[in-house]
Design a protein around this ligand. Sequence first.
Ligand code: NAG
Ligand code: NAG
Ligand code: NAG
Ligand code: NAG
Ligand code: NAG
Ligand code: NAG
Length: 162
Amino acid sequence: MVDLTNARETLIGTWKLLSVVAVLASNLTHIVDEPLGPTPFGRITFTPSNYMHAFLTSPWNAYPNLNTSSWNETSAEEKLKITGNMTTYMGYWELDEKEEVVRTRVDMALFTKWTGTLQRREYVMAQDGNRTLLTLQASVGERDGIRIVRNITWEKCDEKGC
Ligand SMILES: *[C@@H]1O[C@H](CO)[C@@H](O)[C@H](O)[C@H]1NC(C)=O
Ligand SMILES: *[C@@H]1O[C@H](CO)[C@@H](O)[C@H](O)[C@H]1NC(C)=O
Ligand SMILES: *[C@@H]1O[C@H](CO)[C@@H](O)[C@H](O)[C@H]1NC(C)=O
Ligand SMILES: *[C@@H]1O[C@H](CO)[C@@H](O)[C@H](O)[C@H]1NC(C)=O
Ligand SMILES: *[C@@H]1O[C@H](CO)[C@@H](O)[C@H](O)[C@H]1NC(C)=O
Ligand SMILES: *[C@@H]1O[C@H](CO)[C@@H](O)[C@H](O)[C@H]1NC(C)=O
């Protein structure tokens, strides 16, 4: 059990990705799509020194069964299959408890354009039985003139694993 009233203490640690859903900004329960499919894979870690790393992708079984012995030998086509749905970035984070927002100043990102940007995520923390859940919400722009946000939901890992 965690003390949800202490947002910083709750956030620090490692989380396992449960789902990524695109929803309408005007109706957060209306799912538009699941960009990483129904069983995405990911971890996010917030350290006590305010650094974070995130890794999100579609499930491993979507990947080719590589027979190369190094990344460098892997064909461009296979590399694209592996990285096509991947998001990974890292940087210093800060919590704004008043606005219920986490902001990360991105140091490095697979999508290189994110480097140096400030990534803003609204957060909601909740307890579901013995699971601690975190939803990070990102604004991802408009689709056909309709504003879309992404709910990225995580479950906290404990010492025994994720
Ligand atoms: C998206 O997140 C918001 C805030 O936590 C929540 O109210 C909404 O129900 C979520 N939508 C879905 C489809 O999970
Ligand atoms: C929001 O979306 C849900 C799921 O599609 C739907 O059941 C509900 O009626 C919508 N609410 C409004 C106010 O449109
Ligand atoms: C990305 O994920 C979607 C949804 O699961 C899937 O349809 C698509 O093939 C994936 N793309 C790559 C490059 O793996
Ligand atoms: C890897 O597998 C592909 C397709 O099965 C084959 O064409 C290729 O020769 C194999 N490469 C190596 C290094 O074994
Ligand atoms: C990848 O392989 C090519 C061809 O063998 C070689 O020239 C290059 O230095 C290698 N790059 C890395 C990063 O190992
Ligand atoms: C958490 O709850 C589930 C279902 O209620 C139970 O199966 C599981 O053993 C519990 N895990 C821990 C670590 O208490």
